[in-house]
Design a protein around this ligand. Structure first.
Ligand code: F0G
Length: 353
């Protein structure tokens, strides 16, 4: 296939016209990987949509290519977002490509190292506040009302338009919609986008609809608790959000699809994070693994039937957050002298530990 990026591939489904810049970093077209080992272990037909293979390493590229292209088309010179890291990386990359100014507001000390490296490298103006994502979100919303700066958080409808294309790809790759789509929930834009995507694709192509299972981290589970979480906490910093902007839409997606919004603990997320890497060779960032943790929980409690066709969205690449991998791993390198015999003795088990 001659892939030219999302705005080209799905132009009939997107707000693309002759004036829309042909912006692309060749985003989309990510693999849907069958997980044979985990399928057997869990008793379902499990696939992952590996969004970590997008150009900046997360699903945000799908929405950002659309939002930045439209901002450019409309004559805007600057884009701005609040972020737990991935949105800012994507905004900064696409803004650089479109020759626009990019302003990002992040919670100081609470974004993963790889994401920070990206914002720095792509040349964003970075403001790290002594507050959380929700505080940053409020600030950028207010400022975008006063200043001629385009807000590119998922409250920007073009973000949802771009992100819905992932659902199209899942249907094309599987041949139909899955029975269950499991997805991590932070600000709730992505679950909104997938549900919109599945519905639109079904209208044109009769691929059916999945049941949408969204998972928040327990320490930031505003939707599950039905109240704003003032001080959200989780090691999955990408979804450390206590007042999701698309709260109502996430509930609608869950209700309309006969699905659910639930939460998983940090321990469950970490268990899924290691299980995915070690039994399938797929490295996804902690927040992404909320979907895998959620599936496991739902199979155990009967909310997902054995034999179901299940797709988990792996929203971001594991390399985004190397600190989390290293800090939570029991595997440490064995440091040895530069001596062949000593190294061989260790590898061949001649050294008693
Ligand atoms: N997974 C990852 C890796 C994310 O970065 C995010 C959100 C989500 C899941 C949740 O998606 O917000 O649409 O429900 N990250 C945002 C950011 C908040 O700033 O990068 P959501």
């Amino acid at each position: 296939m001659n892939w030219k990026g999302l705005l080209h591939q799905y132009k009939e489904y997107l707000p693309v016209n002759d004036q829309t810049p042909k912006l692309s970093l060749w985003e989309g077209n990510t693999p849907l990987i069958a997980l044979d080992n985990l399928s057997e272990q869990l008793g379902v037909d499990l696939h992952v949509k590996y969004e970590g293979l997008n150009p900046t390493g997360s699903f945000k590229d799908r929405g950002m290519v659309m939002a930045v292209a439209k901002a450019k088309e409309e004559g805007s010179e600057a884009v701005m977002c609040a972020s737990t890291g991935n949105t800012s990386a994507a905004a900064a990359a696409y803004a650089a490509r479109a020759n626009m100014r990019c302003i990002v507001v992040i919670p100081d000390g609470k974004i993963a190292m790889g994401k920070m490296a990206q914002a720095v490298m792509y040349g964003a103006e970075i403001y790290a506040i002594k507050g959380n994502f929700d505080n940053a979100m409020q600030m950028v919303r207010n400022l975008s009302e006063e200043a001629p700066i385009t807000l590119v958080n998922s409250v920007n409808p073009y973000r949802i338009e771009g992100q819905k294309t992932a659902a199209f790809e899942v249907c094309e790759q599987l041949g139909t919609a899955p029975d269950v789509l499991a997805i991590p929930v932070g600000n709730a834009g992505n679950i909104t986008a997938y549900w919109k995507g599945f519905q639109e694709y079904n209208e044109r192509n009769h691929t059916g609809l999945p049941s949408m299972h969204g998972f928040e981290a327990e320490g930031s589970a505003a939707i599950v608790r039905n109240e704003v979480v003032e001080n959200p906490e989780t090691l999955a910093t990408a979804i450390r959000i206590g007042n999701p902007a698309s709260w109502d839409k996430a509930i609608a997606a869950s209700n309309e699809s006969n699905g659910k919004i639930d939460s998983v603990t940090d321990e469950e997320i970490l268990e899924a994070y290691h299980m995915l890497a070690q039994s399938e060779g797929v490295f996804a960032e902690p927040a992404s693994c909320a979907s895998i943790a959620g599936i496991k929980k739902d199979i155990e409690n009967g909310h997902i039937k054995k034999g179901s066709k299940v797709v988990a969205v792996l929203t971001g690449n594991g390399l985004k957050d190397p600190d989390c991998a290293i800090e939570n791993s029991t595997m440490k390198p064995v440091v040895l002298p530069n001596e062949e015999e000593v190294v061989f003795d260790h590898i061949l088990g001649r050294v008693k530990s």
